[in-house]
Design a protein. Sequence first.
Length: 112
Amino acid sequence: MSDMLIKGMKMPESCRECPCAVGVSEDGEERWYGCKINYQIKQIIGIPYHERPSDCPLIELPPHGDLIDINNLKISILKHSFTDNAKADLMTMFREINTAPTIIPADKGGEE
């Protein structure tokens, strides 16, 4: 299963608040819910309203700066021929870091 980010989505406090949950009726009353992410069906009864199950597939993304693909960055840096001049080599690495494509842009709480 691939990872995904839903930009602007806040972490739900419970399955009842989650847009990834769907109610399953039993005799006209919602007694069960299904998760659209992990395709599990659970009984609503016994799950506290303000809690998420321990096996919830959602994780909260902490405040962050721009997120890049570090493996592609390593490959890009390794393609360069390094010299005996450490300063020039560091400048090459910094240039590669500064021009690495952003996968997920910085959030308002993260470093720029």
